[in-house]
Write a protein that binds this ligand. Sequence first.
Ligand code: SF4
Length: 348
Amino acid sequence: MRRKSKRIICGDLIIGGDAPISIQSMTNTDTRDVEKTIEQIKNLESVGCQLVRVAVPDSEAAQSIVAIKKHTQIPVAADIHFDYRLAIEAIECGADKIRINPGNIGDSKHVEKIVKKAKERKIPIRIGVNSGSLEKIIINKYGGITAEGLVDSALKHILALEAMDFDDMVVSMKSSSVKMNYEAHKLIADKMQHPLHIGITESGSKNSGKIKSAVGIGALLLEGIGDTLRVSLTGDPLEEIYAAKEILRAAEIRNEGINIISCPTCGRCHVDLESISSKIEERIKGLNKNLTVAIMGCEVNGPGEAREADIGIACGKSKVLLFKNGEIIRTLNEDEAEEALIQEINEF
Ligand code: SF4
């Protein structure tokens, strides 16, 4: 069962409460390069990103939010470190949400000024606690960076904002350790009701990062924890959205996106199934259709799986059988399989 959380509004996106778990990403362009940032956000929107964060390291970046908002659709969150004035400027420039770690903003009077401005503009604040920037006092208290320390830090900041009569918060506690991340979320889940933004920080490249994120985010989702998520990967942020969708589908939370079943191949396979499968996966990863596609390597288990799927191929020694809705609809040569499958997927 999903953890009960408060409902907050961020632009036209609802986070928490009964709202579906949303997918976020962060641009890796220089926010001051408005044209490139807008282009990347539009690309993210087109594949299903629902909220995008931009780095705001200076005033020029904060001012760029005005133009970015004009030309994009999804809510824009401003990521601020250290300088409270940038948070205020980003809010004034139209940010739909800001992400701060009150610990590195420092002076509570400065945090109060940010909160006052967020209240005035009715925008939420994400309190983002990160294992890499945990306060020294907390590290000393727990003898290192620990799950308990992450929770202690997050609760301290939550209480501080609540004492300022501010409730419009999303909370994140990220660690690059999957285990610590899991333990911290389990500890905090019933200690407060603010929505949780989940993810594994600095998880790595497209390959290792996806595995860490799938384990870390997937474990939490199966516990009912998480209201919004980001898969953090080094590289193209579009990959984060594809991975997030796959994780939500694997956890049986969302069903849009194509479910590919492909066999591992063995000595019975006489075609280059790895190449067919990876090319097809690459070509369909942005598609939002809810269907299952089977890509199978031989005539032993292949026809059974291909028949069960919406669309499928079963490769034999010299021919490939193409299935749709449980029926064989064509017999193909190996070099025709990719295009024929893509055509059927597009038409389905
Ligand atoms: S479907 Fe055929 S080729 Fe693929 S793993 Fe099973 S037996 Fe081997």
